[in-house]
Design a protein around this ligand. Structure first.
Ligand SMILES: [Zn+2]
Length: 410
């Protein structure tokens, strides 16, 4: 009898406890999406489409329905890429692309040896020297590295432009390419060096074919099937820059793993509304996948009760920030009340609107859409260190349980 009572208490406790999502599954998804054979889910070696195929398989295993004949919505856009190895030396010291320097995303080809001229324009003598230098030279084997230069001042070498940054190097994606070599060095690396040798080749792809991955779970009651709760997140990242891979663990393999956990949760339940999962590509290239979707929707997006976009779920040690909280205050109130009741996260911060992820084109159309990003953790972002080993996933369960509680109140 005592045993039965104990067992009953344990079951009751379990039922009232937070719902646990599967951390082994979470880590497997993140590791798979960040593995080197996914090539940083970018454009070199078709990495982003390998990720799309992988995610469609996961949708199938979970049991999500297709909206048409497949989970895919296809579209294309131009993108500048760097598919081959990049070599760079400063004073004969070999540098590591991604760590010591970057090519600007719109850079053209680089090929040559240059003599570096450093001028600190805060220093009056160097200022005069720079003016003299500008008047007197047309030697395009020289490159100027300007310190403390006004923003509009650039020294024009038609072949190459160099920026030196004190802050962290962060890569991004461009849809166009320039006809000059554009390099960004960390200040500590290029400081006081004299000779640069660089070789890098770009390739502008005019029409790169991409996919959004869409699956759903129909509402239990037929009359509610055309009312939707939508979860979104982007699965693309920055791909490769020559031999450097940007794995994008926090941005946004973490968010995708959360969406798949939620899909598994809702797939095994009778839901009041249809629950849709949209995994976008093209986000890092300028929200292109979500922009395409909102202008070519696969269901009536005016019937969306709420959309939750997840991007960067690496560590919610300091809770989450909600973009569009001030645009949809009643919905935000429901979210914060759910957080208080469940004690899920230490903070749910409010932020206004911002065009910084895939919620943007939805809320611009008046659709109630939140973008949640997590706060805390090591802060690796758009760099080669954003990999699974550096993800603490603190309060991952807190975000998961908060979202489930929130949707229940809608
Ligand atoms: Zn992102």
């Amino acid at each position: 009898m005592r045993k039965i009572i104990t067992t009953t208490i344990i079951i009751l406790l379990a039922c009232h406890c937070a719902i646990a999502q599967d951390m082994d599954y979470t880590k497997r998804i993140i590791n798979d999406l960040c593995a080197s054979d996914m090539d940083g889910r970018g454009y070199v070696n078709d990495g982003v489409n390998k990720a799309a195929d992988y995610l469609a398989e996961e949708f199938d295993k979970i049991g999500l329905e297709r909206m048409g004949r497949s989970y895919f919505q296809r579209y294309s856009f131009p993108v500048n890429t760097f598919p081959t190895n990049i070599t760079c030396t400063l004073d004969n010291k070999v540098l590591e692309v991604g760590r010591d320097f970057l090519l600007s995303p719109a850079s053209g080809n680089c090929n040559g040896t240059y003599s570096l001229q450093h001028f600190d324009l805060k220093d009056s003598i160097e200022n005069i020297l720079f003016d003299k230098y500008r008047e007197g030279t047309n030697n395009y084997n020289n490159v100027c590295i300007l310190k403390n230069a006004p923003k509009d001042l650039t020294y024009n070498n038609p072949n190459i432009e160099i920026k030196s940054m004190k802050s962290k190097l962060m890569h991004s994606i461009s849809n166009t390419s320039s006809n000059k070599c554009e390099l960004i060095f960390h200040d500590s690396v290029i400081h006081n060096t004299d000779k640069l040798n660089i070789k890098a080749q770009h390739k502008l792809i005019d029409r790169f074919n991409c996919k959004n991955v869409i699956g759903y779970i129909p509402a239990k009651k037929r009359k509610n099937r055309n009312k939707y709760i939508v979860f979104t997140g982007h699965y693309d990242h920055l791909g490769r820059l020559g031999q450097a891979i940007f794995p994008g663990a926090s941005d946004n393999a973490s968010g995708i793993s959360m969406l798949l956990n939620l899909a598994k949760y809702y797939a095994n339940r009778d839901n009041d509304y249809s629950i849709v999962f949209i995994l976008f590509s093209g986000e890092e290239a300028g929200l292109i996948g979500s922009q395409y979707f909102t202008s070519h929707p696969t269901f009536n997006i005016n019937n969306i009760k709420a959309l939750i976009n997840l991007d960067i779920m690496g560590s919610a040690e300091e809770g989450v920030t909600v973009v569009n909280a001030t645009e949809f205050p009643r919905l935000f109130n429901t979210l914060t009340r759910a957080n208080k009741r469940g004690s899920h996260l230490p903070f749910v911060k409010s932020r206004g609107k911002a065009a910084n992820s895939d919620h943007y084109f939805f809320s611009e159309m008046g659709i109630p859409a939140f973008f949640l990003y997590s706060n805390g953790g090591p802060g690796y972002y758009h760099d080669i260190m954003d990999k699974p080993e550096t993800l603490p996933l603190t309060n991952y369960s807190g975000v998961y349980n908060l979202l489930i509680d929130f949707v229940e109140k809608l």
